[in-house]
Design a protein around this ligand. Structure first.
Ligand code: BEZ
Ligand code: FE
Length: 305
């Protein structure tokens, strides 16, 4: 048959993939066709709407550069990234919950001594972060590489600055856990911030009257041989945007209460310098397994070139 009715078309397109050699690719493509066809039938999509969608996706692709991934942002704001995260991390087995990596992980974090102020040159309320990495039984893990990165008190990441390459990193570092699995550092309180809104995804957010904000958080990536890499954030309790994260990345277990302190010294015994200051205490549990640590966008672009 060469002519198909509305109801026969889906089966014909699904069947057209029947000789795909890779079984997983065949399954993924056939299911994609079924879902797309179902959407068109259910919504009775008009030509104008279809053209608008094609134009939107075209512009989303055109907005991408080696360090800007508008498609990932689209996936984030449609909740697809968190759904992929969810189906791949169903059984945490006591390990810390995961969330999105986000576009501001640039890799090549410099290893810094414990206690370093990673935002020394920046204004903002001072924060001491004390943490530990253990296995799921609570055994401290030494020598775990923990990358941390967060926005400043205006809600921007260092890598968003035009002069980032000359000025270098701030609010970004790597710490290696000590014999007790501990690491600690000084920084500033991060602020909530909008995701980039100067592209098609921003248009979508604006046109649908959605808030573009992410609640204040610090990103953590813990990597140790023999363990599943942990990609997560810790959110600041009380942030007004905690209930409306534009990328749906908040999980209750990842919200930390931040204590306001006035002691003259921080937990490492060194002077606080200013008062009040804030204390964040949070422990991470990682589970045995493999998998490679996520790569930053720029590294992927270099590999592809
Ligand atoms: C972030 O947390 O850095 C982020 C995550 C998803 C989209 C935009 C930003
Ligand atoms: Fe972030």
């Amino acid at each position: 048959m060469i002519e198909f009715s509305e109801t026969e078309l889906t089966a014909a397109v699904v069947d057209s993939f029947k000789d795909t050699p890779n079984p997983r690719a065949k399954f993924l493509l056939q299911e994609l066709v079924k879902s797309l066809h179902h959407y068109v039938l259910k919504t009775e999509l008009t030509f104008e709407e279809w053209e608008l969608a094609i134009d939107f996706l075209t512009r989303t692709g055109q907005k991408c550069t080696p360090i800007r991934q508008e498609f990932i942002l689209l996936s984030d704001v449609l909740g697809v990234s968190m759904l992929v995260d969810a189906v791949n991390h169903r059984d945490r087995g006591g390990a810390t919950q995961t969330t999105v990596l986000g576009p501001f992980y640039v890799g090549e974090h410099k290893v810094m001594p414990h206690g370093t102020d990673i935002s020394a040159a920046l204004p903002g309320e001072r924060l001491f972060v004390q943490s530990r990495v253990t296995d799921v039984q609570g055994k401290p893990l030494a020598g775990v590489a923990v990358d941390v990165w967060h926005a400043d008190d205006s809600g921007h990441y260092d890598s968003q600055r035009a002069n980032y390459l000359d000025e270098g990193a701030s609010s970004r570092a790597r710490f290696m856990t000590d014999a007790d699995g501990r690491f600690f550092f000084r920084t500033i309180l991060p602020f909530s911030y909008p995701v980039p809104t100067d592209g098609p995804v921003g248009e979508l957010i604006g046109a649908t009257r959605r808030p573009a904000m992410r609640p204040a958080h610090i990103h953590f990536l813990a990597v140790a041989p023999g363990y599943e890499p942990l990609v997560t954030h810790v959110f600041m309790a009380g942030d007004p945007n905690i209930e409306c994260d534009v990328v749906f990345g908040v999980k209750h277990e990842l919200i930390a209460k931040i204590e306001k302190r006035t002691d003259a010294a921080m937990p490492d015994g060194k002077p606080a310098g200013s008062s009040p200051w804030h204390l964040m205490t949070y422990e991470f549990r990682i589970k045995p397994g493999g998998g490679t640590a996520p790569k930053p966008l720029a590294a992927k672009a270099t590999e592809a070139a």
